[in-house]
Design a protein around this ligand. Structure first.
Ligand code: DQA
Length: 151
């Protein structure tokens, strides 16, 4: 059952609409709807309600973050390449002031130098990367603990 304090917004940024067309060696070959399906099931198992958003527009991502505190109690953010340089998105996440976890499917620390930088440093509870879709499950568990909704 959905109760207050268990709604988790899952935000995907640029190029996630074409996740199934990106290098399967790096991203696993899943489509975004398959990924969201898995996240939704894990959330239900944990007694959470996941709500999903994806855009390729940085401005829309920022505007969603402006509204997110009205819709959710916590957030999981995979902003794709924006994670490495968009101070605008980091500022908006800061203002949203929700418990948040940064997730990346791939091992951002073991790839290009520029992917090691994250604008969300200091704003998120954790940065989970290199675990594929399972990283989202870990993020949901962490947020369930934080929100006090774990079984
Ligand atoms: C990504 C990692 C980013 O460096 C990249 O730009 C993406 C996907 C990931 O989930 O591994 O678009 O966020």
């Amino acid at each position: 059952m959905t109760t207050a304090h268990n709604r988790v917004a899952v935000l995907h940024g640029v190029n996630f609409d074409i996740l199934d067309r990106r290098d399967p060696e790096v991203y696993g070959g899943l489509s975004l709807s398959e990924l969201e399906g898995r996240i939704g099931s894990w959330a239900r198992e944990l007694g959470q309600e996941a709500i999903f958003f994806q855009t390729n527009s940085e401005g829309e991502f920022v505007e969603y973050l402006h509204r997110v505190p009205e819709m959710a109690d916590a957030a999981i953010v995979n902003a794709g390449a924006w994670s490495h340089y968009s101070r605008a998105i980091a500022d908006a996440l800061d203002v949203a002031a929700l418990p948040s976890v940064e997730v990346h499917l791939s091992d951002v620390e073991g790839r290009d130098e520029w992917r090691k930088v994250s604008v969300f440093d200091g704003l998120v509870l954790a940065k989970i990367f290199g675990k594929g879709p399972d990283g989202y499950r870990e993020a949901l568990e962490l947020l369930a603990d934080k929100l006090g909704t774990s079984a």
